[in-house]
Design a protein around this ligand. Structure first.
Ligand SMILES: [Ca+2]
Ligand SMILES: [Ca+2]
Length: 95
């Protein structure tokens, strides 16, 4: 059965947003408190929280989606990443 790439896309977006949220915390070095602060940053953002929960819930489906990936799906994933890249780079630059 064709798997599609819905869950893979969700996980890519969630991971990028995680880096965007964590980058400012890690800018001054990694402390134990960063983990809690990172958790609070996500927990305090209902949209991000819902996205993370959705991504984590279906993360086990990503394996099958990747095994079944087509060229057009691969390109679509690259485009998903490309679309988030400016936000990601801006966060890392500030860090
Ligand atoms: Ca820190
Ligand atoms: Ca596919």
């Amino acid at each position: 059965m064709e798997q599609g790439i819905k869950n893979t896309k969700e996980v890519i977006v969630a991971l990028n947003k995680l880096v965007v949220k964590l980058a400012p915390l890690l800018a001054n070095g990694i402390q134990v408190g960063d983990l809690i602060e990172g958790f609070n940053a996500i927990n305090g953002d209902p949209v991000a929280k819902a996205e993370f929960e959705a991504a984590l819930k279906d993360i086990h489906l990503v394996d099958d989606e990747i095994k079944d990936i087509s060229l057009s799906e691969g390109i679509e994933l690259v485009m998903v990443q490309a679309k988030i890249l400016p936000e990601l780079l801006a966060a890392l630059k500030k860090a």
